[in-house]
Write a protein that binds this ligand. Structure first.
Ligand SMILES: N[C@@H](CCC(=O)N[C@@H](CS)C(=O)NCC(=O)O)C(=O)O
Length: 257
């Protein structure tokens, strides 16, 4: 029997922001019921019941009684201490601003010609479906139209060859690694000192995503970051939160299916 007292985390196994939420909750020792949301083939996040929960149509969402936290940052705030201020707080917000979906898809599109061909077409199809759902669900019309506009921008961005975007984003990733290396060389073993804080959550998921996109050599080039990766990767929370650090074939099938 599910424990109805526990908060429910609506999340997706492969989703970067869901991993942030799962890792933050695992490190805080907070129990929850996981409700998997199929954001790929099933597009459950675009179904009216989910849009009523989160009109942005994104995972993760944590529901605890009457309290709804529809964003990983809110969940992180609830679960882990934030760095007080200064360079580390700035690093946390830079990690949050890094456009990880563009980075991942630029890499996937360079790596796999099928993804390169199908992805912009799929995005255009979803955009059309959003407008249709707006007609069918007038009470949610604004939310669906806003989402259609997001997909418009995605179609424009992902119809371009991925090379230049990949070059710019991997340079940005390198700059973040350089900053992480400088901070870790001065302090440690974690950004939070002895405690795994909010910057550690973001840093761990970011490094895992670099490895997922086969960019481990960029981590290896920064000694303090490489040692940090070994530490955080070895923590029980990493497995508990199911943080992905390599591409799983099942995801490719879901994306092009
Ligand atoms: N600001 C949000 C972003 C969440 C987000 O973009 N989630 C992605 C998965 S990693 C998503 O739900 N995408 C579904 C879509 O765009 O249709 C947060 O931090 O929670």
């Amino acid at each position: 029997m599910p424990d109805t007292q526990l908060p429910t985390l609506y999340n997706t196994d492969s989703s970067y922001y869901s991993m942030i939420a799962r890792l933050a909750l695992a490190e805080a020792g907070m129990s929850y019921t996981s409700r998997p949301v199929d954001i790929h083939r099933g597009r459950e996040n675009q179904q009216p019941w989910f849009v009523r929960l989160n009109p942005e149509m994104t995972v993760p969402v944590l529901v605890d009684g009457d309290r709804v936290l529809p964003d990983s940052h809110l969940i992180l705030d609830a679960a882990r201490p934030q760095p007080a201020a200064g360079a580390q707080a700035e690093l946390l917000s830079r990690l949050y601003r890094f456009p990880v979906d563009q980075f991942t898809f630029a890499w996937l599109m360079r790596w796999n010609p099928v993804v390169r061909f199908l992805f912009p077409r799929k995005l255009a199809e979803i955009r059309g479906d959003m407008l249709q759902l707006a007609e069918q669900n007038p009470d949610l019309g604004d939310a669906y139209r806003r989402r259609a506009a997001v997909f418009d921008q995605r179609v424009a961005a992902f119809s371009q060859p991925p090379g230049p975007r990949w070059a710019a984003l991997s340079a940005e990733a390198d700059a973040l690694l350089a900053e992480m290396d400088a901070q870790l060389a001065q302090a440690g073993p974690l950004f939070g000192g002895a405690d795994f804080n909010a910057t550690d959550v973001l840093a761990t998921v970011f490094l895992a995503r670099l490895r997922f996109c086969r960019q481990g050599r960029r981590i290896g080039a920064r000694p303090a970051v490489a040692a940090y990766w070994d530490r955080v990767h070895g923590r029980p929370s990493f497995r508990q939160a199911d943080v992905w650090d390599r591409l799983r074939p099942s995801l490719v099938l879901r994306l092009i299916g």
